[in-house]
Design a protein around this ligand. Structure first.
Ligand SMILES: [Zn+2]
Length: 71
């Protein structure tokens, strides 16, 4: 399962302070994963989010898509 030979997508860490979990998902799945997690576990509150350290680095790539990094 973990031996993906064609995974060139950067993995993005998603952290949820409430659940105390961190999971890494491919960049294209970040927005959907965060949204689903928050909907299912936190009544739609924006609890889970991209790791702030990483978010800085990929802000240019995903800021628009995520809508989580508005300044
Ligand atoms: Zn959570």
């Amino acid at each position: 399962m973990t031996t993906a030979s064609e995974s060139d997508d950067p993995r993005v860490p998603i952290v949820c302070p409430d659940c105390e979990t961190t999971s890494r998902v491919p960049l294209p799945d970040v927005a959907e994963t965060v949204e689903r997690h928050n909907e299912q576990l936190h009544d739609g509150d924006d609890v889970a989010t991209v790791d702030p350290d990483i978010a800085d680095q990929i802000a240019d790539l995903v800021a628009d898509e995520l809508g989580l990094l508005e300044e």
